[in-house]
Design a protein. Structure first.
Length: 146
């Protein structure tokens, strides 16, 4: 799902935190034009506003509901567009604002579990997650029960 529209095989290419190229494998020729219009809405529409891991193992499959799919255990997601502006969460101060401003906030989720093709997450060249499982034993509580 991108902007409330189901798009098969959307590929985004990033450079310096911005979408610089995209491709949509779709039978509908309007899909590419639509994605381009979303990415060109404003100055921040192509920027990364959020990066997060899904850690809720009660959710174990892709969903078309953006509020749930980004939380699926073993998933990874990035939001294109505005960052969150919260300054407090559960009564505690937080800093979530990375300065990206846009009318967009499009969450794009990648299922990293083996049954969906797996995947690897590297941070500064270090492998931290593989096939939806965190490798650091201190994060094992976030992994599947199997």
């Amino acid at each position: 799902m991108f902007g409330g529209r189901r798009l098969p095989n959307l590929t985004l290419e990033f450079k310096d935190g911005k979408v610089v190229n995209f491709e949509v494998e779709s039978k509908n020729s309007e899909d590419s034009k639509w994605v381009e219009s979303v990415l060109n809405r404003d100055e921040g529409a192509r920027e990364v506003g959020e990066v997060a891991f899904g850690t809720n193992r009660a959710f174990d499959r892709p969903m078309l509901n953006g509020l749930f799919v980004e939380k699926v255990g073993g998933s990874f997601h990035v939001a294109i567009g505005s960052s969150y502006l919260f300054t407090e969460y559960n009564g505690k101060p937080v800093q979530l604002d990375n300065g990206v401003r846009s009318v967009n906030h499009e969450d794009l989720t990648c299922m990293m579990l083996p049954q969906y093709g797996g995947g690897r997450v590297l941070v500064d060249g270090k492998l931290i997650q593989e096939n939806g499982e965190f490798l650091d034993p201190r994060l094992a509580v976030l992994n599947s029960a199997s």
